[in-house]
Write a protein that binds this ligand. Structure first.
Ligand code: VAH
Length: 320
């Protein structure tokens, strides 16, 4: 059985559906602090309410199902974390410790834990950021991801736990809304464009950030988790990349489909976070070690996003 913790989140909901396609719905347990609202997630397999800060409840759950793999995705993201730094640190770190210790106790075969380009900071080289480089994150989220990477490598080297990790760029998908990150604008922009509304962007027009379509993020996660252990040479977390773009460029991509789409720029506190992150990432280690290759560029993503969001909105109007 596979356990996905944080299964109702932006990444978790799509990853759970894909894992259920691979392993069968009944074999993938979705777990989160609250029940799923999404119908396809709710109706495609078992759900368990869990608080990652409750190791006793986690132990009882693991004793019932005997998990072979655990995907631990629950975390407080960058923007939300700055509003509640101490809770963000506690959830991100103690949650990870509870999962790593549970995996050791229950002899779980493989553990997945997401890191982020947020582990890089203002002193990190911002173009083609290397796999090994200066890391001075200045958000609680980034600090917790940097510390989490060190602990994952420690559990691998000291206890032999097969834990694997990817430094995701900003992720963009149509199935679930993002959960309080600095890259969330790149999802909201598509919804506003379809509603014919002017989009108010919380970043400057030339803020370049590494980004990835959700389909590619899912492909990378499954690709890493299915690779033979000896190919997984990076045991803190792999750099991962697909494209980089600015709000100006994603707006131009949308205008190829919705010519009168308008955007205005009103940078807020999230601009400072975005400006501390890399503009592009060198993911050659992932390409060499386990054959990583993205499929979607900006225009391919825009086309797929608008197509699927239109379909979802039509279905919603039909069902109401
Ligand atoms: C965030 N979406 O903004 C996440 C991600 C690289 C960004 O870590 O916090």
């Amino acid at each position: 059985t596979v356990l996905v913790i944080g299964a109702c989140g932006q990444l978790g909901s799509e990853l759970t559906l894909e894992l259920r396609n691979i392993y069968g719905g009944a074999n993938v347990v979705a777990a989160d602090i609250a029940a799923p609202k999404q119908a396809d997630l709710r109706d495609s397999g078992p759900f368990e309410k869990i608080d990652v800060l409750d190791p006793k409840a986690m132990g009882e759950l693991a004793a019932r199902y005997k998990f072979k793999q655990i995907y631990h995705l629950a975390a407080v993201l960058s923007a939300t974390g700055e509003k509640q730094p101490k809770f963000a640190w506690r959830l991100n770190m103690d949650g990870l410790f509870n999962v790593l210790d549970l995996a050791l106790e229950q002899k779980v075969e493989r553990v997945y834990w997401p890191s982020s380009i947020a582990v890089f900071g203002p002193s990190t080289p911002r173009q083609h950021t290397p796999q090994q480089t200066i890391m001075d994150p200045n958000t609680v989220y980034g600090i917790s991801k940097q510390a989490g990477e060190r602990w994952c490598e420690y559990y691998f080297q000291k206890y032999g736990l097969d834990v694997r990790s990817l430094r995701y760029p900003g992720l963009i998908g149509y199935k679930a809304l993002p959960g309080g990150g600095t890259t969330d604008y790149a999802v909201d922009i598509y919804h506003k464009a379809l509603e014919g509304e002017t989009f108010e962007c919380f970043l400057n027009e030339d803020t370049y950030l590494p980004m990835m379509y959700m389909a590619d993020a899912i492909k990378a996660t499954i690709g890493l988790m299915h690779a033979p252990a000896e190919q997984v040479k990076v045991r803190d977390s792999y750099n991962l990349s697909a494209m980089s773009f600015s709000p100006k460029e994603i707006a131009a991509s949308i205008r190829k489909h919705i010519p009168d789409f308008e955007i205005i720029y009103n940078p807020d506190v999230r601009q400072k976070i975005a400006s501390s992150w890399p503009q592009s990432i060198d993911d050659s280690a992932a390409q060499q070690d386990w054959g990583w290759q993205p499929a979607y560029d900006l225009d391919a993503m825009t086309e797929d996003m608008l197509l699927n969001l239109r379909k979802m909105k039509e279905e919603q109007t039909l069902t109401h």
